[in-house]
Write a protein that binds this ligand. Structure first.
Ligand code: ADP
Ligand code: MG
Length: 581
């Protein structure tokens, strides 16, 4: 070996690298693009090292919101986002986001700093059994045994988060790892993991499923967020159109096939579920959202065909007629092959279609009637009809709240897959602003110009309201709509509130669901330099919406006052909470 090379080699073997840099490089090698977090001891260096490698670091105001944002990136892009948190309480705050991601089957990596190894069990600063704490909320929870082991552990965490049923993974980083220097040559980075393998269903099961569908009298396809995550929009749409089948999206399944598609039976949801004799589930679990697949919401002898990537899911709560274990997109293509071989379509003029159409018409008419009410304060339907009128077709809709989310979902349309983010399987409040921030960042990088509309109940907004500062700091042109009824489910008007305070101590008389009447949430946005609007009438709402949509450079918040004792349309929405049943 020439001498100069030898000199280079000996130089190199003395080159040191910190644990923080190894973590950042390992994440970069796995194509991680976004890191959300709240820095502090001992993780600040990790965020800086990540930025140095071009990973976007978004500093949030609370670990919960950071974790929600990271998980939404996972759902939207199919690659996990990272949530970086400090030890002890930081990690504990992130558990909400981890649980939410895992419940939703969304990929996520949480990296938690933890106390130094040599202080373990001594009552170290923020000492907490973090690996154990994360285990119930994740697919994989581990502390690397050394800095040298970090790349392998991070590759495994990223791979585990996207292979099979997606979910959350936790990597614990003791404080002493962060600054410790090791020899560069001792670190071997693992190549980026391969994209998830695509699995297909057994041919005999596919044939049986096709035959059950052909013989159905009252068929229904249910499209879940698993289908959205699987990018199965093209194949599912083909199946819907080729076989002329009615379909019902779940809340986040909305947009896989556009909501305004003639075969969408959302407006006849209860009836479709109740009388279908064959139901094909594309990435939707038979949990509370779908009333467990059981009577009285379903026929006792309804035949379920379950399509899911997770074998353990198959047969939950019902005995399915046939199960198709595999990737939704691949399995739908397998079904399409059957219908290509022997073409078949469900008769468009069947009695089933007529019943569904009739119900859709009457439900639509009922909500239009509510929307047309001129009385003030406005009701939910009036508000959502005006929003829907101006909503750009390609926007992301983020939504949370009770009635706000529930009623909003029926009026606000989705035309594109993976463009709706809401409280999800876990019914989590507080996700909205984190999700909106994630969607805005993903939109900025992949679809510049696309808007993010975040429709929040006033109570829901409060859970992570300080993230408005984050939105303004990064100047993300998110439109926050706070649908304000002065409370959780509902509140009281200003005068009744004053009366209540007169008689006694507020803590003993104020209804637990009440929030301060007529709060000016728009001033929170104004405080950080965004635009705030206060809308009490349809005209004010229309005008402020127009202005926010025109201004593509700034975040804004419209505080929309509605009646505090809001009424719901007496129909299909009672499933969200037991107390609403
Ligand atoms: P929803 O809330 O829309 O009803 P769920 O979260 O209950 O949806 O269900 C989503 C399902 O999709 C999960 O059971 C998950 O295992 C499944 N899933 C996720 N990705 C895929 C995929 N690529 N192929 C098949 N199933 C998938
Ligand atoms: Mg409210």
């Amino acid at each position: 070996m020439p001498e100069s090379n030898l000199a280079e080699r000996s130089d190199r073997s003395e080159e040191q690298v910190s644990g923080a840099k190894v973590i950042a490089q390992a994440l970069k090698t796995q194509n991680v693009e976004y890191m959300f977090g709240v820095v502090g001891i001992p993780v600040t260096e990790i965020a800086i090292a990540a930025q140095e490698l071009g990973i976007r670091y978004i500093g949030m105001r609370n670990e919960q919101a950071a974790c929600y944002a990271a998980s939404a990136v996972g759902y939207l892009t199919g690659r996990p986002g990272v949530c970086l948190v400090v030890s002890g309480p930081g990690l504990i705050h992130a558990l909400g986001g981890m649980a939410n991601a895992n419940m939703n089957c969304w990929p996520l990596i949480v990296i938690g700093g933890s106390s130094e190894r040599n202080q373990e069990t001594m009552g170290a600063f923020q000492e907490f059994p973090q690996v154990e704490a994360c285990r119930p909320y994740s697919k994989f929870s581990v502390r690397p045994s050394s800095i040298e082991a970090i790349p392998t552990v991070i590759e495994k965490a990223v791979r585990s988060s996207i292979y099979g049923r997606p979910g959350a993974c936790y990597v614990d980083i003791p404080a002493d790892f962060v600054t410790l220097q090791v020899n560069v040559d001792s670190i071997k980075y693992k190549e980026c993991c391969m994209p998830p393998p695509v699995s297909m269903a057994e041919t005999s099961a596919v044939c049986m499923a096709a035959s059950i569908i052909r013989n159905a009298k009252q068929p229904l396809l249910i499209i879940g967020k698993g289908a959205a995550y699987a990018h199965a929009e093209e194949s599912i749409r083909k199946l819907v159109e080729q076989c002329k089948l009615p379909f019902l999206p779940t809340p986040m399944g909305k947009g896989v096939v556009p909501d305004n598609h003639p075969n969408c039976v959302s407006a006849a949801r209860s009836r479709a579920l109740q009388f279908a004799d064959v139901i094909v589930l594309f990435g939707a679990r038979l949990n509370w959202i779908l009333h467990f697949g059981l009577p009285p919401r379903y026929q006792p002898d309804v035949k379920f065909i379950q399509v899911d990537i997770c074998a353990e899911e198959l047969g939950n709560n019902v005995r399915p007629a046939v199960t198709l274990l595999g990737d939704i997109n691949a399995v739908t293509k397998q079904l399409l092959e059957q219908f290509d071989k022997t073409p078949w379509q469900y008769p468009p003029e069947s009695k089933w279609w007529n019943t569904l159409r009739e119900k859709m018409k009457s439900n639509d008419a009922a909500s239009k009637e509510l929307a047309s009410k001129k009385s003030l304060p406005m009701n939910y339907y009036t508000v959502f009809y005006h929003i829907q009128e101006q909503l750009p077709r390609d926007c992301f809709v983020v939504s949370e709240g009770a009635n706000t989310m529930d009623i909003g979902r029926t009026v606000l349309q989705n035309y594109l897959p993976r463009h709706r983010l809401d409280a999800g399987t876990f019914g989590t409040m507080g996700v909205g602003l984190g999700f909106a921030i994630a969607a805005a960042l993903v939109a900025k990088d992949r679809n510049p110009g696309k808007r993010v509309i975040c429709v929040e109940g006033d109570s829901a907004f409060g859970f992570s309201g300080m993230e408005v500062e984050t939105i303004c700091r990064y100047n993300l042109p998110i439109i926050l709509l706070v649908v304000n009824n002065n409370g959780i489910y509902h509140g009281v008007d200003k005068d009744s509130w004053k009366e209540m305070l007169k008689c006694q101590d507020a803590t003993t008389v104020a209804p637990p669901m009440c929030l301060l009447p007529d709060s000016h949430y728009e001033q929170v946005m104004a405080a950080f330099g965004g635009k705030g609007y206060f809308a009490q009438t349809p005209e004010e709402l229309q005008k402020s919406l127009r202005q926010t949509l025109e201004d593509t450079t700034k975040p804004s918040l419209i505080n929309i006052m509605i009646e505090p004792q809001g009424t719901r349309k007496a129909q299909d929405f009672h499933w969200l909470t037991r107390s609403n049943m």
